[in-house]
Design a protein around this ligand. Structure first.
Ligand SMILES: O=C(O)CCC(=O)C(=O)O
Ligand SMILES: [Fe+2]
Length: 247
């Protein structure tokens, strides 16, 4: 598959300067794909953004409802979205949507992601802060209807390196629970791996594409040895009524 990344033009004439970050594409099979770029944001810039976000974002740790139980979400969160979009709701929780204008740095980060991921039109952002290795995100997929059938999700990580796991859903749960637009199709057992793991580095970018949300779950498990904080930003596109925005 062709690279999703635009050829980086190098604005810096210094021949020793870094040019295009190295990307690794993992074909998950059946139209799902993940792209990982370990050094997407230069380290110093990434630390600057970490400090800013840690301090300035109005983090909350909400109550969520899963499997009939109410519990504290095991990480801090915040949501930023363009005006007029359908509201996000997950695990019985509807986050307040903050404006991009409140956090100009987020606009800079968004511009950098848009520049790199060709054709992307992200209009919302879910931020997560893991205070230490006791914070985590459980197995889930970001398959809310408002993202459409094949959402592209760009995930930027800052701070403590944490493991990101991907696991293929059992075949019978891969489709059919999200409305009539997904006819049940029989797929042959794929020769691809059923699990993948990435150690998400400070300043890295991971993009999930195609049917990854329909057919796979992902998680960031607890890690006793992780003693420092990590901030993760996932950029998403909420479908709108204007078909041009959704192309
Ligand atoms: O922190 C991460 O790397 C993943 C976060 C995530 O999966 C989510 O916000 O949906
Ligand atoms: Fe997720």
């Amino acid at each position: 598959m062709a690279s999703i990344f635009r050829a980086f033009s190098n604005p810096n004439p210094n021949p020793n300067a870094e040019t295009k970050p190295k990307e690794k594409t993992i074909d998950l099979g059946n139209g799902s794909e993940v792209i990982y770029v370990p050094r997407f944001v230069p380290s110093d810039q990434a630390w600057g953004w970490f400090e800013y976000l840690d301090k300035e974002i109005p983090w909350t740790r909400p109550l969520i409802h899963v499997f009939g139980r109410t519990c504290l979400q095991p990480r801090d969160t915040c949501y930023v979205a363009s005006e007029g979009l359908s509201e996000l709701k997950y695990s019985g929780y509807q986050p307040q949507a903050y404006s991009w204008d409140d956090y100009p740095v987020l606009k800079d980060i968004l511009a950098m992601v848009h520049e790199a991921v060709s054709g992307s039109k992200f209009n919302s952002l879910l931020l997560n802060r893991y205070k230490n290795g006791a914070d985590y995100v459980a197995w889930h997929s970001d398959d809310e209807k408002l993202y459409g059938l094949t959402p592209e999700i760009a995930s930027l990580s800052f701070g403590c390196e944490r493991e990101f796991q991907l696991r293929r859903k059992p075949i019978k749960t891969q489709q059919g629970n999200k409305g009539p637009e997904q006819p049940a199709v029989k797929r042959p057992k794929s020769s691809h791996q059923d699990q993948h793991s990435f150690s998400l580095k400070h300043g890295s970018l991971l993009v999930m594409k195609g049917y990854t949300q329909r057919d796979w779950v992902h998680s960031v498990p607890k890690r006793a040895k992780a003693s420092t904080g990590r901030i993760n930003l996932t950029f998403r596109h909420v479908m709108t009524e204007n078909p041009q925005d959704n192309e």
